[in-house]
Ligand binder design. Structure first.
Ligand code: ASP
Length: 335
């Protein structure tokens, strides 16, 4: 309550920004069958370094008094720029051999949100999502409309081939083989060929919770397929009265079970703790539905959750005490 009064006074300019509450940040770089047995030490070190850079970039901004949305975008952009993750450069391929990117962001104080879906020429989809939130009357723009909007506000379009990587191309060839051999429309069930969606959730100095997610979607998805990542309530949700959530996993399930919003609702209406709400949705509701994936979340007190029902989830966090943790497999690496 006191924090809300402070935040209101601060926002109205009635107190100096000298007052600052503890900040916290959690990021993810995707969940899936991530096994140590399939990882080289060099590759593991590269992931740890990239996750650390992303979380520290966001944390520094939060400590310096940046708004939550700036920290979320900056942390995600580190991962959108790295070929290690399925977002921006390193995004997976569609069945047709292109990249269609999705992203969204939500502010828990205003409940304002922005998203772009199926974009091919926007270098940083998360920045475009923020622009939709701040500079348009809409929540979600898709395809050419989103690209035209991004250009209209000064984002220079890039070639779709900018997002090409050899590793993802090989994954496409493998997925296509499975799909073409399946002999059912669109190859039947989605295979296990996607990792690396990225996301960030923060609690900023002003008591605001913000969540963001960015992805290339799922390998060999059909053109026009939109996953959960740009869908507010499914892949991303934030509400200062409960928590901020960013998800990663089999998007169709995350949409059908409105995963991010469900976790927040359980806190808000049932008074569940963040840990209980996140555990129930990921390890009970989704497991029963056979939907694989995970979430990261932070609540208004700075409690953190990083929960997944897959073998691993790339993740990192810095809590309100400033403690940094990085994880890839079940256990945190540096605990
Ligand atoms: N959730 C993403 C999608 O379905 C993929 C992922 O998180 O790996 O598009």
């Amino acid at each position: 309550m006191l924090k809300r009064i402070y935040t209101a006074l601060f926002c109205c300019g009635l107190i100096a920004p000298g007052w600052a509450q503890d900040v916290a940040i959690v990021i993810h770089g995707g969940a899936g069958t991530i096994l140590k047995a399939n990882m080289t030490p060099e590759r593991e070190a590269a992931y740890v370094a990239a996750l650390q850079e992303a979380v520290q970039t966001g944390y520094k901004l939060l400590k310096d008094g940046a708004k939550g949305e700036e920290a979320v975008v900056a942390a995600i952009q580190v991962m959108e720029t790295s070929p290690l993750f399925n977002a921006g450069i390193g995004a997976v391929y569609t069945f047709e051999g292109q990249h269609e990117l999705d992203a969204s962001i939500m502010h828990g104080g205003t409940l304002n949100a922005g998203a772009v879906a199926g974009v091919k020429t926007i270098r940083s989809p998360i920045a475009a999502a923020l622009a939709v939130m701040e500079q348009s009357p809409h929540v979600m723009l898709s395809g050419k409309g989103a690209e035209a909007f991004a250009e209209s506000i000064g984002m220079k379009p890039v070639k779709n081939t900018l997002f090409n990587t050899e590793r993802r191309y090989k994954a496409l060839l493998k997925a296509k083989e499975r799909i073409l051999n399946a002999n059912v429309p669109y190859g039947g069930q989605q295979g296990n060929e996607r990792f690396g969606t990225v996301g960030a959730v923060v609690l900023d100095q002003y008591g605001n919770l913000v969540a963001g997610t960015s992805t290339g979607g799922m390998t060999a998805k059909r053109f026009g397929r939109i996953g959960d990542s740009p869908v507010i309530g499914a892949g991303t949700y934030a509400d200062n009265e409960s928590c901020a959530v960013s998800a990663t996993g089999h998007g169709e399930y995350f949409i059908r079970y409105h995963v991010a919003a469900d976790i927040c609702s359980r806190m808000k209406y049932r008074n569940d703790t963040l840990a209980d709400a996140a555990n129930t949705v990921i390890n009970d509701v989704l497991v029963k539905a056979e939907g694989d994936g995970g979430i990261i979340a932070v609540d208004a007190k700075g409690n953190i959750a990083a929960v997944f029902n897959t073998a691993g989830m790339y993740r990192a966090q810095i809590d309100t005490q400033g403690n940094l943790k990085v994880g890839i497999y079940q256990q945190w690496i540096n605990e």
